[in-house]
Design a protein around this ligand. Structure first.
Ligand code: PRP
Length: 177
């Protein structure tokens, strides 16, 4: 199916059924890995909202939830400077942190956030992204849990946006033109 957002055409890349399966799989793995521990899950807003809300319900260990909001894309398709918009309010010292991202593109957002969190002296930090782009010159960051690896094309849906539109799409779409 093709859709149009702001005059650009997109086609389905990852259908919602595959996303749901992957979320269950990731939730199981995270539950096993953190058995007996408490974690602080940090959702990276805005894009991580949908993924986090689905995934946290598949994680069966004690969790606190908090949010961080940074911006890297401005209002289009090009990456820009990282700006901290909303900081985490939960004390993170000596806690086990699991960062939830919707997308790793250049890696600049995650790199910035990891540095912010490290400065708060947690016991551990792991990260989980639903989608990782295979991109040249991506900042090399070890990702603990990856849902899907995709080519370096612009995507929208399931939390990710094009000029703030399309976050509510249940499938993940990729640009056609
Ligand atoms: C998008 C996406 C990731 C980030 C990935 O967020 O949700 O957080 O870009 O890109 P990077 O790896 O190149 O840093 P964005 O900054 O657009 O903010 P949003 O989540 O509010 O849409």
């Amino acid at each position: 199916m093709t859709i149009e957002i702001n005059g650009r055409k997109f086609r389905v890349l990852i259908p919602s059924s595959e996303i749901s399966q992957k979320v269950v799989e990731l939730g199981k793995k995270i539950t096993e890995d953190y058995e007996g521990k408490e974690i602080v899950i940090i959702c990276v807003l805005k894009g991580g909202l949908i993924f986090a809300s689905d995934l946290i319900r598949e994680i069966d260990v004690n969790t606190e939830i908090d949010f961080i909001r940074v911006s890297s894309y401005g209002n289009g398709m090009e990456a820009g400077e990282i700006e901290l918009i909303t900081d985490i309010s939960t004390p993170l010292k000596d806690k086990h942190i699991l960062l939830l991202e919707d997308l790793i593109d250049t890696g600049a957002t995650l790199d910035y956030i990891i540095k912010e969190i490290v400065s708060k002296e947690p016991a551990s930090i792991k990260n989980c992204t639903l989608v990782r782009k295979n991109k040249k010159n991506q900042i090399p960051i070890e990702i603990d849990y990856v849902g899907f690896e995709i080519e370096d094309n612009f995507i929208v849906g399931y939390g990710t946006d094009y000029a703030e539109q399309g976050r509510n799409l249940t499938d993940i779409y990729v640009i056609k033109d």
